[in-house]
Design a protein around this ligand. Structure first.
Ligand code: PMP
Length: 445
């Protein structure tokens, strides 16, 4: 392959050349099943003609107009579409270009709202360990993903308190049921608020289904409702990061709807425009929107590409196709079937500790020992080996690392496009099982 300058020149990458449905093709014609939609992005698969046409049409009429001067039709139509079934009182949308920008925007909206309502003391953010909220410095400061923080730790803003994630596979005790476990995890939030001083706490941020850091771990029933109550009790804003788990990935547009809990701010990206354009969004409650809009000073925040017309046209087309073709029904059906297939294939596997997730957002955790749940030594880089082995077999999956402290094992995240059929599911499971086998052989397990 020719020299690559865009990514690391030291590594070699095939050149992605085209895509069709759930498949990507490289320049040499090798076909890859997109078993993770990249990083849970490509919800409609690749090359969808209606989305392509919507982008072409918008770009031809007006690609971009700065939102300091204008709004535009696709941004307004997409915002309408998003708030139509948004949880709680979320009824305003701020479009950005991706997940990290959405996190930054949500944190700054929260802060501005606190200042506007005469509570400038509120600046502390409570987040969870084993979480990911983005690459930019404030988003990274909120993230509890040790691998991604090094070596930036020293320059991250302080003022973040971290509590445990809701991770029953490792956290739930033998003497408690899911309900009691959820209560105990939510109580950590209340303790953290009281410990910091409630008048100093701005917001609590969490992923309703943890994505990249743990591999599709939904909160146990009742947990999100409980954290909502606790936030209300202390005037703390609740932010749900649905960048990865939202936009239908779990079978409903907003992942938190499964739990009947509504945040004050909700972020989404990835599946919003399905990778056809870079697009993210923050949905905010009416109270926050009104406080921002009626303040004497304008909210001093905005990216150049806010509400980008072509990106919003892509997002609108993606969301309309999902609705029109009832694709969330397929997400629920294929998701349940994929989970059953994985359970059947790995039922007796000595190194598959847990299979979890919701809809077409599933994770497998690998362990050195199933009985004790002992993770593999992270130095073995099992997840990276699985990724490589799968890729060599024509499968894209999204593995993530175990932590050096043994708090989590290696995992594989699966998030195939919403359009998959039975034949793609079978191909995915066969190739994944083969890749996991190959990677385990490499490390001598
Ligand atoms: N939040 C979550 C939950 C994510 O999974 C990600 C990306 N993996 C982000 C935020 C950051 O999104 P982006 O990479 O688009 O900036």
């Amino acid at each position: 392959m020719s020299r690559v300058l865009h990514r690391s020149p030291a590594a070699s990458y095939p050149v992605a050349a085209s895509g069709e449905g759930p498949y990507l093709f490289d320049r040499d014609g090798t076909r890859y099943l997109d078993g993770s939609g990249g990083a849970a992005v490509s919800c409609l698969g690749h090359g969808h003609p209606e989305v392509v046409a919507a982008i072409q049409d918008q770009a031809a009429r007006l690609a971009y107009g700065h939102t300091a001067f204008f709004t535009n039709e696709p941004a307004e139509a997409l915002a309408e579409h998003l708030v139509a079934d948004a949880p709680g009182s979320l009824d305003r949308v701020h479009f950005v270009s991706g997940g990290s920008e959405a996190t930054e925007t949500a944190l700054k909206l929260a802060r501005q709202h606190a200042v506007n309502r005469g509570e400038p003391m509120r600046r502390r953010v409570i987040a969870r360990r084993q979480s990911y909220h983005g690459n930019t410095l404030a988003a990274l400061a909120a993230s509890g993903n040790p691998g991604r923080r090094v070596p930036f730790d020293a320059m991250l803003p302080d003022g973040v308190t971290r509590i445990s994630p809701c991770y029953p596979y490792r956290g739930q005790r033998a003497d408690e049921d899911e309900g009691a476990y959820g209560e105990r995890m939510a109580a950590e939030l209340e303790d953290a608020i009281l410990g910091a001083g409630p008048e100093t706490v701005l917001a609590f941020i969490c992923e309703p289904v943890v994505g990249a850091t743990l591999g599709a771990v939904p909160a146990v029933p009742g947990y999100l409702k409980r954290v909502r109550e606790i936030c209300d009790r202390y005037g703390v804003l609740l932010i749900f990061d649905e960048v990865m788990c939202g936009m239908g990935r779990t079978g409903v547009r907003y992942a938190c709807s499964h739990d009947g809990a509504a945040p004050d701010l909700l972020t989404c990206a990835k599946g919003l425009a399905g990778g056809y354009q870079p697009l993210g969004a923050v949905l905010m409650s009416r109270a926050i929107a009104e406080s921002i809009e009626t303040a004497s000073r304008p909210f001093p925040h905005g990216f150049t590409y806010v509400g980008h017309a072509t990106a919003c046209a892509a997002g609108l087309a993606v969301q309309r196709v999902i609705d029109r073709d009832d694709l969330l029904v397929n997400v629920t059906r294929q998701g349940a079937a994929l989970r059953d297939d994985l359970a059947a294939r790995f039922a007796d596997h000595p190194h598959v500790g847990d299979i979890r997730g919701r809809g077409l957002f599933l994770g497998i955790e690998l362990v050195a020992d199933r009985e004790s749940k002992r993770p593999f030594d992270p130095a073995l880089a099992l997840n990276a080996r699985i990724k490589k082995a799968a890729f060599a077999r024509g499968l894209i999956c999204y593995p993530g690392g175990g932590t050096a402290d043994g708090q989590a094992g290696d995992h594989v995240l699966l998030a195939p496009p919403f359009i998959i059929g039975d034949e793609h599911r079978a191909e995915l499971v066969d190739k994944l099982a083969d890749a996991i086998g190959g990677a385990l052989t490499e490390i001598g397990a």
